[in-house]
Design a binder for this molecule. Structure first.
Ligand SMILES: [Zn+2]
Length: 161
């Protein structure tokens, strides 16, 4: 099972975003680095939900916005490691539409359940497979990195370099 590491700041930010946009879906990108077992996400970027026609159960990031997010990631020495969106008053399980609209094989897709305006369960799914035809979601474990640990680790990195 792959592991998605999230800093506690990212975890709090994406949950807050889901509460902010309730009863509509929120969506955004996750920036980080690859690890042996998955991704370590260090930043999240809010995106505008382009699905204004049916924002309660569809989400989408405009291509132009995605280009800007990729540029931001590169500028910070990070890559796009996945995406997140919320499910207002619905479980944190992926839908057939979620799978159809997921195209980044090897990336993580987080779903945040928001129940009556409050963020509830958070699940992550790795988009596994090689092509559009055999892609599938596999559940992964979320590991929250406490900010104290993150600070300690970045200090250690700074000393060793
Ligand atoms: Zn969904």
């Amino acid at each position: 099972m792959s592991v998605l590491q999230l800093t506690s700041a990212v975890y709090d930010a994406i949950r807050a975003h889901g509460e902010e946009t309730y009863p509509h879906e929120c969506c955004g990108a996750l920036l980080g680095r690859r690890t042996d077992g998955g991704w370590r996400i260090e930043a999240s970027v809010k995106a505008r939900n382009t699905r204004t026609d049916s924002a309660r159960n569809r989400y989408g990031i405009a291509p132009a916005e995605l280009v800007m997010i990729e540029r931001e990631a590169r500028g910070r020495g990070l890559s796009i490691g996945g995406f997140y969106h919320s499910h207002p008053d619905h479980s944190a399980e992926w839908s057939p539409i979620d799978l159809a609209e997921a195209h980044w094989v090897g990336c993580s897709y987080i779903i945040i359940a928001v129940a009556q305006g409050k963020a509830a369960a958070v699940n992550s799914f790795l988009l596994a497979g090689k092509t559009e035809e055999d892609k599938r979601f596999t559940a992964e474990r979320i590991e929250i990195l406490e900010s104290r640990k993150t600070r300690f680790e970045s200090k250690k990195r700074a000393q060793s370099s």
